[in-house]
Design a protein around this ligand. Sequence first.
Ligand code: KIV
Length: 270
Amino acid sequence: MTTDRAVTVQDLTAMRARGERIVMVTAYDAGAAALADEAGVPVLLVGDSLAMVVLGHGTTLPVTLDEMIHHARAVVRGAGRALVVVDLPFGSTQGGPADALRSAVRVLKETGAAAVKLEGGRSVAPTVRTLVEAGIPVMGHVGLTPQSVHALGGYRVQGRGAGAADALVADAVALAEAGAFALVLEAVPSAVGAAVAAASPVPVIGIGAGPDVDGQVLVWHDVLGLTSGPTPRFVRAYEDLRGRTTAALRAFAADVRGGAYPGPSESYGE
Ligand code: KIV
């Protein structure tokens, strides 16, 4: 989509209606948001993956609402026209609809972002409805929901086995009926991704959900090859910024140690 004005949640509905795939990446700071905007990415997610890829935690669970807000403010400052969606982190919604409403109000009021994302299926539909009735756009998140990693027994592909796909379809429909404007669907077989997208009244943005959904999201560090160690099957790195960054830093260190930096053109005269 090409427009000079800010992207809205209604634009996502329109993109799906005209068969235009939705692109979303995560962002955690102003510089990254500005780059994504320049590249024409219409939706930025301040994911609670912040906990793992930026703050160094082993899961998404430890990140706090205050930390999410701190980074989301930076992303909103850097984003030009992209729609900024902010994850409600673990512990900020589990107290039920009133708890989630307090958290979501803080996010919109303190960051300037336009929407929040909330993990969970049918059980969180009442929470989604409460937020939507308060005028807060909500993106759902079903399939592999990393905030439930301990309950799920690890980061496992979801939607396999008898009844599991039907349950995911029911989750998606319930969230859409509660007013969610879009859904993230994570780590399910492609056939399940296709079934959920076909049944969902709202756009389904996949991450490891195969090609037959309405859009795709990846984590910033994964797209750019900044992640260390093994990555999930669905990750495609479009750069090797980890390799290029360490090479650049090694070259800088060698120049400093060898006295090649700074040279005359990098030094002030009288
Ligand atoms: O936190 C996150 O980065 C996410 C994406 C993986 C969808 O929720």
